[in-house]
Design a protein around this ligand. Structure first.
Ligand SMILES: Cc1cc2nc3c(=O)[nH]c(=O)nc-3n(C[C@H](O)[C@H](O)[C@H](O)COP(=O)(O)OP(=O)(O)OC[C@H]3O[C@@H](n4cnc5c(N)ncnc54)[C@H](O)[C@@H]3O)c2cc1C
Length: 494
């Protein structure tokens, strides 16, 4: 019998992970990527002496990356170096309160007690609850495929299944946070974690308490050579395992007969493949690539609410203005209105929360001497007919005015380099449907728990990986999705 072969569509973090695991297991793996380089959303921008990570900026769960290399019989230290942050983020409020989210939990509790109405005990019992939910949910909903877990449950997953009611599904994240904290600034801080998967804290279930747990217990990390070194390292190990990469190749069609995968098509070229792992957005796979626009899945995805997108300014800044950390958040006055603007009014918020990441505070070569590289992001709606040039102008003015008010510095005068990424650019560059960052929003219980599984139940030979399917968005989960998809292929789960 000849070597079994697999096509992977896309060289994002999920695709790179699936490809390496499959090649390691002896499969012949071809990765087809429309861009010239691997990385997808985790790509890089270099200009005028500045280096910017274009998408992700915060790394959590570094142990899943270490494990990835170990499972491939490689030493993680030969590929990537991480360093834990002492301050995960600095939060700046409109009333001029500044809260440092220290990595050290004791210091963090003291910071909250000193600067807000909430006591140390509240933060401690909150994290106890976060921990309970994480321990119940992680096995099934993060590290494994429910498809396998439900068929052959371990004692851990059986316990999780019998305690599903305790996963916080009956409350929103905002409700749960408001039960633990009386100070609106603390509630706002912990509500922000819904945005880590592009959702609204006023609609997403409290199950997402696992996100602050992961960030504080396992830590937030800097990556020595920047976030883009992650996909580069994943690419290097995949190449070593024998994966063949075809860059500049956009797959335009997945060909199937009676729901059995037969081949993929790029322009006029058809390549036979009976097993395909799609790292492209699930909505595009069902709605475009399978050419089954009227299939129940395509129709279902057309009606699902996409996650939020982002509007990002990449600014080369003269000097090091403001007393800022690597990660900084300038909160809005009315957080509920901000999410109404994003999800209901589908416009960039009138008063957006601003996130600023400055990697040159850590990697000095990311900016010329005497300058900093500012990644300035606001949460934006997914594409719904907005005029992005007008939105960009409006948001830029709001952002510079807000920074001037908060920092007392006219940042506009210090910008020596500028580039922008709108939701439209995100869609064009990574084929993310409507420019959404994390696939479907988790703005309901079904949204949170009914993500596309890593194997299609309808098309035999079709598998999924990446941030738009199980277990979810964000770099660690995208990486895990690749391993889960590869496991399913190997188990012959057709
Ligand atoms: C602005 C921004 C900020 C973010 N912040 C964070 C953060 O701080 N922390 C974090 O963990 N995550 C963050 N994320 C999310 C994180 O980047 C993603 O969840 C993760 O990188 C997604 O990986 P993926 O495997 O889904 O692949 P993607 O990055 O979506 O890449 C998919 C790849 O497939 C290719 N492709 C798609 N369709 C086709 C086709 N038909 N033919 C050929 N190639 C195709 C695309 O070109 C692309 O290269 C952020 C994302 C963005 C955009």
């Amino acid at each position: 019998m000849g070597q079994k072969s697999v096509a992977v569509i896309g060289a994002g973090i999920g695709g790179l992970s699936a490809a390496a695991h499959l090649a390691h297991a002896g499969y012949r793996v071809d990765v087809y990527e429309k861009n010239a380089e691997p990385g997808g959303k985790a790509s890089v921008l270099r200009a005028s002496g500045f280096r910017f990570d274009k998408g992700p900026s915060l790394l959590t769960m570094p142990f899943v990356f270490k494990k990835h290399f170990e499972e491939l019989d490689a030493h993680p230290d030969r590929f990537l170096h991480f360093e834990r942050l002492h301050t995960n983020c600095r939060y700046l409020y409109p009333d001029r309160t500044i809260i440092n989210a220290y990595a050290d939990m004791k210091r963090l509790a003291e910071e909250f007690a000193a600067k807000t109405k909430d006591k140390r005990s509240s933060i401690n019992s909150y994290f106890e609850r976060c921990k309970e939910i994480y321990e119940l949910a992680a096995d099934i909903f993060l590290f494994n495929s429910p498809l396998i877990t439900f068929r052959t449950p371990s004692s851990n997953s059986l316990s999780a299944l019998t305690h599903l009611g305790e996963l916080g599904v009956s409350r929103t994240l905002n409700k749960m946070n408001s039960m633990y904290f009386s100070d609106h600034r603390v509630v706002q801080l912990f509500n922000r974690y819904a945005t880590y998967n592009g959702s609204s804290p006023y609609r997403a279930p409290a199950t997402f308490l696992i996100i602050p747990y992961v960030e504080f217990y396992f830590g937030a990390y800097n990556v020595d050579e920047g976030i883009n070194s992650i996909p580069r390292a994943l690419y290097d190990i995949a190449k070593k395992k024998g994966v063949r990469f075809h860059f500049g190749q956009e797959v335009t069609r997945i060909i199937h007969e009676k729901h059995r995968i037969k081949a993929i098509q790029m322009d006029n070229t058809i390549v036979d493949h009976e097993v395909v792992v799609a790292n492209s957005d699930v909505r595009n796979v069902y709605g475009v690539l399978l050419e089954d626009r009227n299939s129940p899945m395509a129709r279902m995805y057309r009606h699902k609410e996409p996650s939020s997108s982002a509007l990002v300014f990449y600014w080369g800044i003269k000097g090091n203005p403001g007393d800022l950390q690597v990660h900084n958040v300038f909160f809005s006055n009315d957080y509920q209105k901000e999410f109404r603007d994003i999800f209901r009014n589908k416009k960039c918020p009138e008063d957006p929360t601003i996130y600023i990441n400055i990697t040159s505070k850590y990697v000095q070569t990311d900016a010329p001497n005497g300058y900093e590289n500012w990644f300035v992001m606001i949460n934006a709606p997914y594409m719904a007919g907005q005029n992005w040039s007008a939105e960009t102008q409006r948001v830029r003015k709001t952002v510079t005015e807000k920074l001037k008010r908060t920092l007392g510095i006219d940042i506009e005068k210090l910008i020596v380099y500028e580039s922008v990424m709108t939701p439209r650019d995100i869609e064009r560059e990574t084929s993310s449907s409507k420019g959404s960052l994390y696939g479907m929003a988790s703005n309901s219980i079904t949204g949170a728990f009914m993500r596309q599984q890593n194997k299609s139940m309808i098309y035999r030979g079709l598998y999924f990986c990446g941030g738009t399917c199980h277990p979810g968005g964000g770099m660690p989960l995208a990486l895990l999705s690749g391993r889960i998809a590869a496991d399913l292929v190997m188990k012959g789960e057709k």
